[in-house]
Ligand binder design. Structure first.
Ligand SMILES: [Zn+2]
Length: 104
C-alpha cells in the first residue's frame, strides 16, 4: 500500500499534466502527427506509434510470404475490413507521414 502511495506521489505531476491535456486545460507543446495526444516516438503518440510498430512487423511477414512492396502492402492493409483504427489512421494519412512510412 505504501509503495502504491509513493508510486502515485512520484507520478502525480505526470498524471496531472496528462489529465489536463485530456480535459483540454493544457495543450501539449507538440502533438502527435495524427491526433492531439502527446508525441511518444517518431512524432507519433503512443497509440499511433504502437500501430506503426505493428505495421512494420506485419510487413516483414507479408513481404516474405507475398513479396509485396511497402506501398502495395499499405494499399492492401487499407482495404482489409479487420484493420484497426490506429493503423488505418496511419495508412490513410500516408502523405503526412511520408518520411516515417517511406523509410522502409
Ligand atoms: Zn496519435
Amino acid at each position: 500500500m505504501l509503495k502504491l502511495i509513493t508510486d502515485f506521489d512520484r507520478k502525480k505531476n505526470d498524471i496531472g499534466r496528462k489529465l489536463s491535456y485530456r480535459l483540454g486545460i493544457l495543450k501539449p507543446e507538440k502533438t502527435c502527427l495524427l491526433c492531439s495526444r502527446e508525441p511518444f516516438r517518431e512524432g507519433l503518440c503512443r497509440y499511433h506509434y504502437e500501430a506503426l510498430e505493428t505495421l512494420r512487423k506485419t510487413y516483414l511477414e507479408w513481404n516474405r510470404r507475398e513479396g509485396l512492396t511497402w506501398s502495395e502492402y499499405l494499399d492492401s492493409i487499407a482495404k482489409l475490413k479487420t484493420t484497426g483504427k490506429w493503423i488505418l489512421d496511419l495508412v490513410k494519412n500516408r502523405d503526412k507521414l511520408d518520411n516515417i512510412l517511406s523509410s522502409q
